[in-house]
Design a protein around this ligand. Structure first.
Ligand code: GLP
Length: 235
């Protein structure tokens, strides 16, 4: 895994946007795997300002709360529109459907859709403070395909800041599994702030454990991790 250390969040965002831009220039019909959370907001801001042709890009998001209405301003569908898709026109965009009546059927549909698109070329990832990627929470065993997951108490607490209160955070989510993430040809991880320093360290520890799902990325052949000095444990 390659690590790029940036001074601060703004530099990290710009650096991430440059990597996504290079991918789109090299392959204008790229399939992008996109992430939510506060970390990639700056990257999306830079990306939507780039003079780029997104019209052949297919975008698949990592995860979504379940159940949640798309119109809810805390849904990831809403987030993606708010931060990126209202500004750019892509060929197609898809996200696990938080309104689907049958979660299992929705997960199978999603895996099939990604496969039919030719697989993800570049997957953008953030990191949960507990080491989760997407909503793959620390557990004894991790799932390969897209699946429904019960959120851990620590994730509900970490994400409560976006909702009116902790009780309003959905208890479940649909997420790409570790197989879906690891099948991406390239992976770009972003981590900013002191509270990510511990998980960044574990990611580079040389040990792989399902207790820290992000540590499994060490098994992938093409991962770039962009951190700011705080997430690198320097500040
Ligand atoms: C959520 C998302 C993750 C994201 C994580 C970190 O739980 N499901 O995909 O990486 O939050 O969020 P933040 O970037 O706000 O720290």
């Amino acid at each position: 895994m390659k690590k790029i250390v940036c001074k601060n969040y703004d530099e990290l965002s710009k650096c991430g946007a440059d990597i996504v831009t290079a991918q789109i220039k090299a392959k204008p019909d790229s399939v992008l795997g996109l992430a939510t959370g506060s970390t990639p907001i700056g990257l999306y801001k830079y990306l939507r300002e780039m003079p780029l042709d997104f019209s052949n890009i297919s975008a698949y998001n990592l995860d979504e709360y379940y159940p949640i209405e798309k119109a809810n301003d805390q849904s990831y569908a809403y987030f993606m529109n708010d931060n990126l898709f209202q500004y750019i026109t892509v060929k197609s965009k898809d996200i696990p459907n938080g309104e689907a009546p049958d979660a299992e059927a929705e997960c199978r549909r999603y895996d099939k859709a990604i496969e039919q698109a030719g697989g993800i070329d570049l997957q953008v990832l953030g990191l949960g403070v507990n080491g989760h990627i997407g909503f793959n929470e620390p557990a004894k065993a991790l799932s390969v395909g897209t699946h429904a997951v019960d959120l851990t108490e620590s994730t509900i607490e970490a994400n409560a800041r976006f909702f009116a209160n902790k009780e309003a955070v959905p208890r479940r989510a649909l997420t790409l599994g570790l197989g879906g993430i690891m099948k991406a040809k390239k992976i770009l991880v972003l981590a900013s702030g002191k509270n990510k320093a511990d998980v960044v360290k574990k990611m580079f520890s040389g040990e792989v454990t399902t207790d820290v799902p992000a540590s499994l990325l060490q098994l992938h052949g093409d991962v770039t991790v962009i951190v700011d000095e705080e997430a690198n444990g320097e500040a």
